[in-house]
Design a protein around this ligand. Structure first.
Ligand SMILES: *[C@@H]1O[C@H](CO)[C@@H](O)[C@H](O)[C@H]1NC(C)=O
Ligand SMILES: *[C@@H]1O[C@H](CO)[C@@H](O)[C@H](O)[C@H]1NC(C)=O
Length: 274
C-alpha cells in the first residue's frame, strides 16, 4: 500500500524504511536506546549521590570534635585548660538574680560562706610546661618554677581563679570588721591594701568588658510598683564548671608543708612589678 510516509527524500540512511511497521520498530529501538542510556545515567547519579552523602557524613562525624575545638579557639586565647573545655558543650543555665536568693556565697560572713568561696578557688596553682609559657607569650628567663619535690613545672593560675580571688577580696573588704587579717592589712600597709583593692575592681572590669555578657535582663511590672522592675534571672551558656574544676584538680600542685621559697642561684629576675 503506497503511503506518503514512504517518501523520504532527505533521508541519509543507506536503506530507507519501507513500511510503517519497519519505521515504527526502528523508532522504538532508538527510543529504547535513549531509555537505556537515561536509566543508566539515572543509576550512576544515584550511586554517586549516595557515595557523596556517605563520605560527607563520615567527614562530618570525624570533624565534629575538630569543629568544637575551632570554635573554642576562635574566641579563647591559648591555654592548656582549653584541652578540658574545647570539646565540651556549653551548659544552658539561668542565673538567679533575686535579691532574696540565698546563695552560699552571700553574707553575712561565716565560716560556711568562707568555705564556699575557698572551694571555688581551691585548685588555684597549676604547673604548666615551657611550651605553654611560650604560647601565652611569656618569657622563660624570669619564670618561677615549682620545687622539684612538688614535681617542678612553671607556676601558673587561671585568670578565672584570679577573678574569683579579686571578687572575694572586695566582698571581704565590705565585711572587713569580721576579718582580722583584713583589718591588719588596712592598718599596716594602707597604700598596698588600697592598690590591691582598686586592682581587683579594675581587673574584674577588664574581664567583664572582655567577655561582655549579651544575656538580656528584662523588665516586669511587679506587685504595685510604679516603675518597671529589672529581672536579672537571665539565660546563659556556661562552661562546664565541674569538668574544668576536675581538670584543674588533676593539675593542681601542692607545695610541701614548710617549704621556703628562694630565688635559685644566678636567676634572672624582672626589674619591675608586672
Ligand atoms: C532564686 O532563688 C530564690 C530564693 O532562693 C528562689 O525562690 C527563686 O525561685 C530562684 N529563682 C530562679 C529563677 O531560680
Ligand atoms: C608578646 O609580648 C611582647 C612583650 O610583652 C609584645 O611586645 C608582643 O607584641 C607580644 N606578641 C604578641 C603576638 O602578642
Amino acid at each position: 500500500m503506497p503511503s506518503r510516509i514512504q517518501y523520504t527524500p532527505i533521508s541519509d540512511r543507506s536503506s530507507s524504511p519501507t513500511s510503517i511497521n519497519e519505521l515504527k520498530s526502528e523508532e522504538s529501538e532508538e527510543y529504547q536506546n535513549i531509555q537505556t542510556s537515561h536509566s543508566l545515567f539515572h543509576w550512576i547519579a544515584h550511586v554517586v549521590s549516595l557515595l557523596a552523602i556517605g563520605i560527607l557524613s563520615i567527614i562530618l562525624v570525624l570533624s565534629r570534635g575538630q569543629i568544637g575545638r575551632q570554635c573554642w579557639e576562635r574566641y579563647n586565647y591559648y591555654s592548656p585548660v582549653n584541652e578540658a573545655l574545647a570539646d565540651r558543650p556549653y551548659i544552658e543555665n539561668r542565673f538567679n538574680g533575686s535579691l532574696w536568693y540565698e546563695s552560699p556565697f552571700k553574707g553575712p560572713p561565716s565560716p560556711a560562706v568562707e568555705d564556699a568561696w575557698h572551694s571555688i578557688m581551691q585548685y588555684g596553682m597549676i604547673a604548666v610546661s615551657a611550651s605553654d609559657m611560650v604560647r601565652v607569650n611569656h618569657t622563660l628567663r624570669t619564670a618561677a618554677q615549682f620545687p622539684a619535690e612538688a614535681g617542678g613545672g612553671y607556676i601558673a593560675a587561671t585568670v578565672g581563679t584570679h577573678q574569683l580571688h579579686c571578687l572575694h577580696y572586695i566582698w571581704q573588704d565590705h565585711h572587713r570588721s569580721y576579718f582580722p587579717n583584713v583589718l591588719k592589712k588596712v592598718e599596716e600597709i594602707p597604700e598596698m591594701y588600697e592598690r590591691h583593692y582598686e586592682h581587683c575592681v579594675d581587673y574584674i572590669r577588664q574581664s567583664l568588658m572582655c567577655n561582655f555578657d549579651v544575656g538580656l535582663v528584662t523588665y516586669n511590672w511587679v506587685r504595685d510598683h510604679q516603675n518597671p522592675t529589672p529581672n536579672s534571672n537571665a539565660m546563659h551558656k556556661c562552661v562546664d564548671w565541674e569538668h574544668v574544676q576536675g581538670w584543674l584538680k588533676e593539675k593542681a600542685v601542692e607545695v610541701p608543708e614548710g617549704f621556703t621559697w628562694k630565688q635559685p642561684e644566678g636567676q634572672e629576675s624582672l626589674p619591675f612589678n608586672p
